[in-house]
Ligand binder design. Structure first.
Ligand code: SAH
Length: 392
């Protein structure tokens, strides 16, 4: 049993129903004199079948369904809008019980163009473990979902829309996992959810407990059943959170760090949290992350014209990361109305990439996905807008 298995056993009484693992359901049901197999049955309804309304749980008695509803089992998110981009990316705008609004994005891989450059967020072809996958994935379009962990964000990165209005609140673990339950329910029959990136609104490690529980639910074999290696948690660099994540999941969950600069002076300008956790401390935490063999960390670097895109910046990045098992995802920054920053000209992006590649790093260039519906990195701000092709 791993630490991640044991860490959730306590304090189950105040865990929201959708966030309970089977053993916690068993405790609740035992207190009511229900038989033990009901715990697995309920977990299966919620996480394998995606049903969160007890009325739809047809193999339960009427009394049991009423008790579940009375004890707080109900959907915690509902769809407010669905935006479909021409590149098949889908952004879901979800409404929560307190009328907060969050966003999640479904990003299908394009099977017709397997050779095209992959989006920086999408699974690295070298990390691909499809040979080991079950038949369910064969011949189907693999979909990556990007999920949010907070309403707004406290990190205030200068180039990101999610934090423009500050942090409204943390999401609870049931709200986090419900994004995937809803997203998965909307997939076409020939599509299959294979990856989750925790790169939507918010800083996941600032909301550590809820995020960790959501990861536990996403990877539960009786539920959604994602492989931990197919989940990538992205952080601005909260060092204690990186250490906890590494410990709690034994390095099996993918980790992406939003560096965006290789010297503290530049990083201070664009990532305010850098004043708290300096680059050397972040890199030290990455060195200690208990990464399994053959896996790599991800470093994200959004290129901003005239700020962090000089070739000297690329050289400093190459030397900062020396000896780390990393791949670098370069992202010409997506335009964000609230910032005066722009992406650099494309030839500078390529030159930056070349410095890193020549230094021996795997360095992927982001293909923009969903930016025409404001679904790209840093554009999730939960403002409900109306693109021409909106359908909801
Ligand atoms: N708070 C986490 C996860 C959310 S943001 C983090 O900082 O990593 C997901 C990624 O999008 C981060 O790498 C973030 O820095 C990046 N991002 C934010 N705004 C962006 C923009 N305008 N263009 C490109 N990437 C951006």
């Amino acid at each position: 049993m791993t630490r991640a298995d044991t860490m959730f056993r306590e304090g189950s009484s105040d865990i929201p129903p959708i966030a309970r693992v089977p053993s916690e359901w068993a405790q609740h049901l035992a207190a009511r004199g229900e038989r033990a197999f009901r715990a697995a049955q309920l977990f299966d309804w919620i996480h394998a079948k995606g049903v969160t309304d007890p009325e739809a749980m047809t193999n339960l008695s009427r009394a049991m369904r009423s008790w579940l509803a009375a004890s707080g089992l109900h959907p915690v998110a509902s769809m407010a809008h669905l935006h479909r981009a021409p590149d098949a990316t889908v952004k879901l705008v979800l409404s929560l019980a307190d009328r907060s609004v969050i966003e999640t994005v479904l990003i299908p891989m394009n099977p017709a163009r397997p050779d095209e450059p992959r989006d920086a967020d999408l699974p690295d072809p070298e990390d691909d473990d499809s040979e080991q996958d079950d038949a369910a994935e064969a011949g189907r379009v693999r979909v990556t979902q990007c999920i949010s962990t907070q309403v707004g964000c406290a990190m205030q990165c200068a180039f990101c829309a999610s934090g423009a209005n500050g942090l409204q609140r943390h999401l609870s673990p049931d709200e986090i996992v419900s994004q995937t339950l809803i997203g998965r329910s909307l997939l076409a029959p020939d599509h299959v959810l294979t990856n989750v990136v925790v790169m939507g609104m918010g800083e996941p490690l600032h909301n550590y407990d809820a995020t960790a529980r959501a990861l536990r639910l996403l990877t539960h074999p009786q539920g959604i059943g994602l492989s931990p290696r197919r989940i990538n948690v992205s952080t601005v660099g909260l060092v204690p959170g990186i250490e906890r994540l590494g410990r709690d999941f034994e390095g099996r969950v993918g980790l992406a760090v939003s560096l965006h600069a290789a010297d503290d002076e530049t990083r201070d300008r664009i990532v305010p949290m850098n004043k708290r956790y300096r680059l050397q401390d972040i890199v030290a935490a990455l060195r200690s992350y208990p990464l399994p063999p053959h896996r790599r960390l991800t470093v994200e670097y959004a290129l901003i014209d005239g700020v962090n895109d000089h070739l000297d910046h690329a050289r400093r990045l190459a030397s900062l990361l020396q000896g780390l098992r990393v791949k670098v995802n370069l992202i010409p920054m997506n335009p964000v109305a609230s910032s005066g920053f722009r992406p650099p000209p494309f030839d500078r992006v390529l030159a930056f990439q070349q410095v890193l590649t020549r230094a021996g790093y795997v360095c992927l260039l982001r293909r923009r996905r969903g930016d025409d519906i404001s679904a790209a990195c840093g554009q999730l701000a939960a403002t409900v807008q109306r693109p021409p092709d909106e359908s909801s």
